[in-house]
Design a protein. Structure first.
Length: 385
């Protein structure tokens, strides 16, 4: 009896292995798909990481100096020293600023009114300036606003000290003690690159899994596969193993880019991260197989994958923090595997925490994997049978 079971298992393993070889042969012949997914994902990660890791500098600014005083020149010099702005032009009238804003050639404009210097020198003076920002480019406008607010705050403290003859130490009590955890430099790349890694991994798994059966159906080889002496479980295993291997390699490549190209730390356990990454790959694999057997063509599968991926993207916290969403959407995010995966990924990379902290998200990911995986196997086997 044992020898018969071993013989049966060996034959089943050989049949599964032949399907794995068949799928890898397809991928080698259609080399553009794995090349596009692997190297395209790496390129997108590099571009996103490079764009978000660089500070915003040299924003075009126009200045209308109606005062022409020593105080106004001091303000202009301070604006130049921030490196956030590049003074492109000194306007002679407000119409020039209006025209430049309409054309989008400047991101900010400063209007220094008459008597600005007189108001600064007066004991009870109230100096004011007009700041105009190009809100059509919100990211640049936000950076410009922060820079100007910081500059004005420093100038205001200096004016107060000069008027009242106070020592600089007199205002030291109003300076908060600030400490940033996990991302000391507030580098945006440390937030965006792990999220981009998780998103690229999801799309890689969904696309390779989603095109497996739909490619066979479109090429007319699915019927040939079904009449061969393969059980439905063997077909599912033969289609799944190449996707798991490619997904795991893709995760290691993306993780290497995140670590060595953008200095994102890995403060937690690497082995724990790899184990949970494998669990996440299996979860997304189940979704991809369902999409694959439900689609008639590869184009249809690709469109469904884009739809599913974009819905998952909304609940990952990449674009909008989940905590700021309405309560019903926050509850719905608990049923999105990508949401838990990104919480785990950031927790291990940036915070260095382990299962003692991440166990609710790991447990949710495992439960979702069991549910999605069981439903996927049942649905795919029924479709194949």
């Amino acid at each position: 009896i044992l020898s018969r079971k071993n013989l049966h298992n060996n034959r089943m393993a050989k049949r599964i292995w032949s399907l794995v070889i068949k799928d890898f042969t397809h991928l080698i012949r259609d080399w553009w798909l794995p090349a596009f997914m692997l190297f395209g994902g790496l390129l997108e990660l590099l571009v996103i990481g490079w764009a978000t890791s660089r500070p915003i500098t040299n924003l075009p600014m126009m200045i209308l100096d109606q005062d022409q005083s020593t105080a106004s020149r001091k303000l202009i010099s301070a604006l130049k020293n921030t490196t956030t702005f590049s003074i492109s032009h000194y306007a002679l009238s407000y119409d020039e600023i209006d025209t430049a804003m309409d054309r989008g050639s400047i991101n900010a404009a400063i209007i220094i009114p008459n008597k600005y210097g007189t108001e600064i020198e007066a004991q009870n003076g109230k100096p004011t300036i007009a700041v105009i920002l190009n809100g059509a480019e919100s990211t640049a406008a936000t950076a410009a606003l922060r820079s100007i607010e910081g500059l004005i705050a420093d100038l205001g403290i200096g004016i107060t000290i000069e008027r009242f003859g106070l020592p600089e130490e007199a205002l030291a009590g109003f300076i908060p003690s600030l400490r940033v955890w996990f991302n000391e430099a507030l580098n945006e790349a440390l937030y965006t690159t792990p999220a981009e890694l998780g998103l690229m991994l999801e799309f890689t798994i969904l696309i390779f899994a989603g095109l497996s059966f739909s490619r066979e159906r479109e090429m007319g080889t699915l019927e040939h596969l079904l009449v061969m002496p393969f059980s439905s479980l063997e077909i599912i295993a033969g289609k799944s193993i190449p996707v798991i291997i490619i997904g795991f390699i893709d995760f290691i490549l993306l993780g290497g880019i995140v670590r060595f190209a953008f200095d994102v730390p890995i403060r937690g356990s690497v082995s724990l991260l790899l184990i949970i990454a494998l669990i996440y790959i299996l979860v997304e694999l189940g979704k991809g197989l369902v999409i694959s057997v439900s689609s008639r063509t590869q184009h249809q599968a690709f469109l469904i994958i884009m739809l599913v991926g974009m819905v998952d993207f909304l609940f990952t916290g990449y674009a909008v923090p989940v905590e700021s969403m309405p309560s019903i959407l926050q509850t719905l995010s608990n049923f999105i595997p990508a949401h838990h995966w990104l919480v785990i990924l950031r927790g291990i990379l940036l915070k260095g925490v382990g299962l003692e902290t991440l166990w609710p998200n790991v447990l949710a990911l495992v439960i979702l994997g069991i549910v999605i995986g069981s439903a996927s196997i049942f649905f795919v086997r029924r479709s194949l049978d």
